[in-house]
Design a protein around this ligand. Structure first.
Ligand SMILES: [Zn+2]
Length: 542
């Protein structure tokens, strides 16, 4: 044996032998599991013995939806996520603008990211172009909300983007206007990223470095796998080839500390066909990268009132939400992916978007039956119970982010009313109906840390000392499955990953406490002690 892990409390997530104390690993594969006495018999002179000292070990975590490349890119920007007032945001931007001027970089864009005005104590309103101008002057500046669905720009930025002459009622852009008819600064949805046309496409070498650094960060958080949505994110329309080339180099040269199941975001029919032709589903670079699903966008976000609802917003009856694709486009995109052998993973926050996407999936199945394909809906937030049942009937996967409970529990009831709110984020119903439900963070929206996710899945802590529709919570057992075997299932990898089972890859995480034994309120105190991917230690914090 190469390595024997022993003297542990090892939760396997495999019903055949739920808890063992030792595991033997050879060539990255689990060879035997059982008691210390049984396993230590397999040791030779070459075996590395790892004494777990009674600690809790389980299959390594899998995050079923995040954006690794975007996370790195955003970390390079000015982080406004910690700001608790609008005043603070404007002060940070003013300081950054001064820095640019001092260093002769006044033409370089300031990009503030991650802000969430719902957290601001003084005024929960996104700054206009004029307010940004007062802080930043002539240095081009934009600030992107944490959800990525809306951005506000200063005048200089709008001038560079060539949109200062747009007129209300005439413009094709999704944007706001001031009372005097000039642009207000805020753009939404696809147009929130308009400024990215001015971003230089990072080189393959830069991407390789980002992948190396971010995947090491994932390992620190106990992750062995992530489903990552990376294409057309940093420089939409221009970055696909560099990202794919970088993953090939990073994986094949051993620079990845996590396995990536790529959620390939291609939202135009012709480009999608060409991509599928070049990279069929299951295209692997080494063992740590695979093209797994096609990612599409259904709607926007709840906070920006751009999620598409079947009804109307309880607190904003005029808001309609923003449908990213017409029904015809969505039907076509899903049909192309489906018939090309790819499942889709479609971003849907509102029940109106869910409806559009379920219709498209059913149509694709009707035209070209593929009972085993694993289409899924990413987020599954505002939903009617009828739609969850429809997902069950069609074997549609749910990709959920329990940690969203932290920010959303305070706004959902106001946005959609209590009747629909209590049917929403209903992880209990998914579990009860046997819908395949995997868990993720949507990082950089939330950190890709599985521990808070598991905490919110189990507690639905509302941040006010109570619990938000606690009847919709899952059990610890179910939460663990969401971040292990179900993440593997969503990646068509349940035969090789996601549990500690003989013949699977040795993907483990060692924790400071036994998640199955502690009081739920202590979950957040859990530390990652070691992460093992394919038998190799990718993080050691012991
Ligand atoms: Zn996302």
């Amino acid at each position: 044996m190469d390595r024997i892990f022993y003297n542990g409390v090892i939760k396997t997530v495999d019903d055949a032998y739920p808890v063992v104390s030792a595991v033997c690993v050879k060539n990255g594969i689990i060879m035997h599991v059982g008691s210390d006495a049984e396993m230590l018999r397999f040791q030779s002179d070459q075996t590395e013995l790892i004494d777990l000292k009674g600690r809790f070990m389980m299959p390594g975590f899998i995050d079923s939806h995040m954006h690794m490349i975007l996370t790195h890119y955003q970390n390079m920007q000015l982080d406004l996520g910690g700001c608790r007032t609008k005043k603070e945001v404007l002060k940070l931007l003013a300081e950054e603008a001064d820095r640019h001027r001092r260093e002769g970089r006044e033409n370089e864009w300031i990009k503030g990211v991650n802000f969430n005005q719902d957290y601001w104590a003084d005024e929960k309103r996104i700054p206009t172009r004029l307010e940004l101008d007062a802080a930043t002057g002539d240095v081009p500046c934009l600030i992107l909300r944490c959800c990525g669905h809306t951005a506000s720009h200063n005048t200089k930025a709008l001038e560079i983007m060539g949109v200062m002459d747009e007129k209300e009622g005439e413009t094709s852009l999704n944007m706001l206007f001031l009372d005097d008819g000039t642009p207000q600064g805020q753009l939404f949805e696809g147009d929130a990223e308009l400024s990215s046309q001015y971003v230089e496409v990072p080189s393959v070498e830069e991407y390789v470095q980002w992948i190396r650094d971010e995947s090491a960060n994932c390992a620190k958080l106990g992750l062995v796998g992530i489903h990552s949505d990376d294409l057309n994110m940093v420089a939409p329309g221009r970055d696909v080839q560099n990202v794919m080339d970088a993953y090939k180099i990073a994986s094949e040269s051993g620079q990845m500390s996590v396995k990536v199941y790529e959620q390939c975001r291609i939202e135009e029919a012709g480009l999608l066909k060409a991509f599928i032709e070049k990279y069929p589903r299951g295209t692997m670079f080494g063992t740590r990268f695979v093209t797994n699903a096609i990612k599409e966008m259904g709607d926007g976000s709840l906070g920006a009132h751009s999620a598409v609802l079947r009804g109307s917003y309880a607190n904003d009856p005029k808001a309609k939400g923003v449908q990213v694709h017409t029904d015809g486009e969505m039907n076509e995109l899903i049909q192309i992916a489906h018939s090309g052998g790819y499942p889709v993973a479609v971003h849907c926050i509102g029940d109106g978007a869910v409806e559009q996407v379920l219709n498209a999936m059913e149509l694709a199945q009707y035209n070209d039956p593929k009972p085993d394909i694993r289409h899924g809906i990413v987020h599954c937030q505002i939903m009617g119970t009828d739609q969850v049942r429809r997902m069950q009937k069609n074997n549609v996967l749910a990709y959920v982010q329990p940690v969203f409970c932290r920010a959303d529990s305070g706004i959902v009831d106001d946005c959609v009313g209590p009747e629909l709110a209590k049917q929403s984020y209903d992880w209990r119903l998914f579990a009860d109906l046997g819908v395949h439900q995997s868990g993720g963070s949507d990082c950089p929206v939330e950190p890709c840390d599985p521990i808070p996710n598991i905490y919110y899945a189990v507690t639905r802590d509302n941040g006010k000392g109570g619990s938000w529709y606690p009847e919709n919570a899952v059990t610890m057992e179910e939460a663990i499955r969401m971040f292990t075997i179900e993440g593997a299932y969503a990646g068509y990898a349940e035969a090789t990953r996601g549990s500690i089972t003989v013949g699977k890859y040795a993907d483990f995480v060692v924790l400071s406490q036994d998640l199955t034994k502690i009081d739920p309120k202590d979950i957040l105190n859990t530390k990652i002690l070691m992460t093992v991917l394919e038998g190799e230690t990718t993080y050691d914090g012991r």
